[in-house]
Design a protein around this ligand. Structure first.
Ligand code: NDP
Length: 449
């Protein structure tokens, strides 16, 4: 376990006291600061001019009221957030999350992670994140649209293709992006395609953006397995979640010869030892917007649904947590290790608790942190911006080829950086250090900003 360098202890203490009551943000900052001791020892100038303190302080935080009227005519009020964290490398870039658990701590942890993730892609994008505590479950299409319109009516002044470019996240997919884009266009009288990514193909979307995060995570894990002369072929895989990231992780794993045996949603998990029928999962989650438990009713024998268990008790070779933060605990990590897991790729943001990460690393498991492994989504968003700027539209193959190349580069950058700093195989340290150095260099060049 890495500990905090004594020069950085006051920096962390200041962040904790200044952002009281924000546990997820503390967790994300602590992990990065723990990695930076080795950087400061080698290059002390990175601690000058309060550079690390500045990185931990968002450039701007916007919190706003989102009033809307439900189908019964009742007025509802939600809270909207956008944290524009760091623009040293480019316009703020990061998704919007609609989920009842969203608060400032969650948005700040996600925005902070996003800075380094975006830096790792090598593309010209800064870090930001946003969302609302709006719960889209069981809301009609009309309610979702009115909510999205009200949300954008407040947020649009802060956005722009050269300023801040949101995308989707939990609870925000192509439908919600479409409603928000329509409202932005109406309010500004500008068809500014590059202001949002994850758009539909007919109005400026990119092929392979929908698939990119899940595919990208799978490419990253494949690169890790290759370092041990291994691959997905014949491996048993467990993927948590059954949303965007989970579905397209499962799709790519299956195309690489892996067998996915379990997936989940917030109501529980399903096991299908014969291999998950992905067409059925897509029908339930993407078309019907239903519950994963329906899988067992529709598929029948040899499958089961567990309501109150832990998906990580299902034995597997590769685990891909792809639902939400802190969904994989130290106890879950021990169960996975006991059952023989060899690799873990985080599709979600910060899904493993610090205890779990420590357990995997101590057991010598290949462990890919989310900020590297799930960077394929934002990287393909940057490819979408590139296509919008040149009014071009690439083929699926060309876009996926770029994504695969980017993921290989991120893998190699993390692996090489870990090696350079004396911790070979530590992708957490590699990702944190490599991402930090890119942002720090850009900030140093731009003066005290
Ligand atoms: P979706 O909304 O498409 O899917 C989320 C899935 O996770 C659903 O199956 C949902 O179940 C489940 N889930 C959400 N919250 C919880 C919870 N508290 N407990 C248990 N299950 C939960 O989101 P995405 O697939 O887009 O995002 C998943 C993760 O990946 C998030 O951490 C996100 O930040 C990260 N990510 C997403 C990117 C993207 O491009 N979409 C890019 C990079 C990271 P239910 O349907 O029951 O709510």
């Amino acid at each position: 376990m890495t500990s905090i360098d004594e020069k950085l202890e006051p920096v962390l203490a200041e962040v904790l006291s200044r952002n009281a009551g924000e546990p997820e943000f503390h967790q994300a900052v602590r992990e990065v600061i723990e990695s930076l001791g080795r950087v400061i020892a080698k290059h002390p100038h990175y601690a000058d001019d309060a550079l690390i303190e500045r990185i931990c302080e968002p450039e701007r935080q916007i919190i706003f009221r989102v009033p809307w009227v439900d189908d019964k005519g009742k007025t509802q009020v939600n809270r909207g957030f956008r944290v524009q964290f760091n623009s040293a490398l480019g316009p703020y870039k990061g998704g919007l999350r609609f989920h009842p658990s969203v608060n400032l701590s969650i948005v700040k942890f996600l925005g902070f992670e996003q800075i380094f993730k975006n830096a790792l892609t090598g593309m010209p994008i800064g870090g930001g994140k946003g969302g609302s505590d709006f719960d889209p479950h069981d809301r009609s299409e009309g309610e979702i649209m009115r909510f999205c319109q009200s949300f954008m009516t407040e947020l649009f002044v802060h956005l722009g293709d050269k300023t801040d470019v949101p995308a989707g996240d939990i609870g925000v997919g192509g439908r919600e992006i479409g409603f928000m884009f329509g409202q932005y266009k109406r309010l500004t009288n500008r068809f500014e395609a590059g202001v949002l990514t994850g758009k539909g193909m007919l109005y400026g979307g990119s092929r392979a953006r929908t698939e990119a995060t899940g595919y990208g995570n799978t490419y990253f894990v494949q690169s890790m397995l290759n370092t041990k002369d291994s691959s997905f072929d014949g491996k048993k895989v467990v993927v948590s979640g059954s949303g965007n990231v989970a579905i397209y992780s499962m799709e790519k794993v299956q195309s690489f010869g892996g067998k996915v045996v379990a997936c989940s949603d917030s109501g529980g998990y399903i096991v299908d030892e014969g291999g998950i029928d992905l067409d059925l999962v897509k029908e339930i989650k993407l078309n019907r917007r239903g519950r994963i438990s329906e899988y067992v009713r529709l598929k029948g024998k040899c499958t089961h649904h567990i309501e109150n268990g832990r998906i990580w008790d299902v034995p597997c070779d590769v685990a891909m947590p792809s639902a939400t933060q802190n969904e994989l605990t130290g106890r879950d990590a021990k169960a996975l290790i006991k059952n023989g897991v060899t690799a873990v790729g985080e599709g979600a943001n910060m899904p493993s608790t610090p205890d779990a990460v420590r357990a995997f690393q101590e057991a010598g498991i290949l462990f890919a942190p989310g900020k590297a492994a799930n960077a394929g989504g934002v990287a393909t968003s940057a490819l979408e911006m590139q296509q919008n700027a040149s009014r071009d539209s690439w083929t699926f193959e060309r876009t996926e080829q770029r994504l695969a190349e980017i993921m290989r580069n991120i893998h190699d950058l993390c692996a090489n950086t870990a090696e350079e700093y004396g911790v070979p195989g530590d992708y957490v340290l590699g990702a944190n250090i490599a991402g930090f150095i890119r942002v720090a260099e850009a900030m140093r060049a731009q003066g005290v900003i």
